[in-house]
Design a protein around this ligand. Structure first.
Ligand code: PGA
Ligand code: ZN
Length: 451
């Protein structure tokens, strides 16, 4: 991605003026108009959407997602807090911040200067966690800038973000059973994921996952009744289960019934454990028991031994760097320990994690940090430290497919976009089908890295 519009100083005479893409004389990527509005996310909550119009006729849009099990260290999502309107969840203040404060500062600037524009917004905000303008306001603009810039160059977003000869497409991590804050059942673990590593292509991997998702539906119906296949926020089933192992057993059976085995489809857990951790007692409430962090570590150990688990996300609470480090030292050879709430896509926290060897993988969510440039920095840091990268949606999503392009651009190992059901989830998986078609032979699949 061009950081700034590099001005070509080689041509000094009027007769050899450089009118190439990056030339200062090319104003097609210049911002003419910025407009933000309030729209709805997949949970029916308001969110921020921004459109940008360029002089050359191109446009770009960014629509921001929203979490439920948000980390305390995330950048601030600005809500109106007016209880009588949308239960306090309106985002009209953030929208006004774009239209009245950010927008006017961007007019006349080139969208090719992603980093410079992101820094301009950070400075305008002036806080560490974007609490003044709102991370949702800033991110909607940042995403729209990247989209418009790509459109102005007539290239797909992933190619604009990072230009490569060949691309590697991510393994879909599909959340097929929902628990925790995403469902109304008693499962403490928030997400039970399937990860089809044993496929040759992304499209084949997706198919394997979808077939298991459907096989799981039959198993749950038979065992727990029709209502057990009602779905949670991310499209996964939300059966009335109590125990982690009940969910894992059902998924293993589904893999078998769909005609696959454990070498082809691995399992993942997102414990999102801050949501069942009590900082007063230092205990975790899971599976009807109270566990210390040492007991919980032993419990994970037993699960990893008994089941083909490839990824374990947020096993301990969001500030427990040491507990994560112990787990990574013990299980890190065979399991990817992923930091989500631990890092909140924040380069500073990721640096700390690298130093402490806290995890060997990172979850990336644009709205945790609130700008495209900082997200790219977080990914670069993680990749340089040889951590596996999973680009992720939020439980409250929109039809925006930015993360499909981001995952492709940075060659993330995984993309986490929920179950293969509900439009806001399939939008991401479907965009990757289109990208895969466009790339043809130039696209490999990340599955072989773990097979
Ligand atoms: P959230 O959950 O979007 O509700 O935070 C997703 C996750 O924890 O990975
Ligand atoms: Zn998570």
């Amino acid at each position: 991605m061009p950081k700034t519009s590099k001005r070509n100083r080689k041509s000094t005479t009027a007769t050899s003026v450089d009118l190439s893409e990056d030339s200062e004389f090319d104003t097609s990527a210049t911002i003419l108009r910025v407009n933000s509005r309030q729209v709805l996310d997949s949970r029916g909550n308001p969110t921020v959407e921004t459109d940008i119009w360029l002089r050359g006729g191109a446009t770009g849009r960014g629509t921001v997602p929203s979490g439920a099990s948000t980390g305390v260290h995330e950048a601030l999502e600005l809500r109106d807090e007016k209880r009588s309107v949308y239960g306090g969840k309106g985002v009209l203040k953030a929208v006004a911040n774009v239209n009245k404060q950010i927008g006017p500062k961007l007019l006349g600037r080139s969208t090719l200067e992603q980093e410079a524009l992101d820094i301009l917004m950070l400075k305008l905000d002036g806080t560490r966690n974007k609490s003044n303008l709102g991370a949702n306001a800033i991110l909607s603009v940042s995403m729209a800038v990247a989209r418009a810039a790509a459109a102005s160059r007539s290239v797909p977003l992933y190619k604009y973000l990072i230009k490569r000869k060949k691309y590697r497409l991510p393994i879909p991590m599909m959340n097929v059973i929902n628990g925790g804050k995403h469902a109304g059942n008693n499962l403490a673990i928030q997400e039970f994921l399937i990860e089809p590593i044993g496929a040759k292509t992304y499209v084949e991997g997706l198919r394997l996952g979808v077939e298991v998702y459907h096989a799981l539906k039959n198993i749950l119906k038979e065992k727990y009744g029709n209502s057990s296949t009602n779905v949670g926020d991310e499209g996964g089933y939300a059966p009335p289960l109590e125990k982690t192992t009940d969910a894992l057993d059902a998924i293993l059976l589904a893999i078998k019934n769909a005609g696959y085995d454990e070498s082809q489809i691995k399992l993942g857990l997102d414990a999102a454990s801050s949501s069942f951790y009590d900082p007063k007692t230092l205990l975790y409430q899971i599976d009807g028991r109270s566990m210390s962090s040492t007991e919980l570590a032993d419990y994970y150990d037993s699960l990893v031994t008994a089941y083909p688990i490839l990824t374990l996300e947020d096993p301990f609470s969001e500030d427990a760097f040491e507990d994560h480090a112990k787990m990574t030292a013990k299980l890190g050879k065979s399991v990817k320990i992923i930091g989500d709430d631990l890092y909140v896509t924040n380069p500073e926290r990721i640096r700390k994690g690298i130093e402490l060897k806290a995890t060997n993988a990172v979850l990336i969510k644009l709205n945790q940090i609130g700008s495209v440039s900082e997200t790219l920095e977080a990914i670069k840091l993680s990749k340089d430290a040889r951590m596996a990268v999973a680009v992720s949606h939020r439980s409250g999503e929109t039809e925006d497919t930015f993360i499909s392009h981001l995952a492709t651009a940075v060659e993330s190992h995984f993309i986490k976009a929920g179950a293969p059901a509900r439009g806001e989830r399939t939008a991401k998986y479907n965009e990757l089908i289109r990208i895969s078609e466009e790339l043809g032979h130039e696209a490999s699949y990340a599955g072989s890295n773990f097979a």
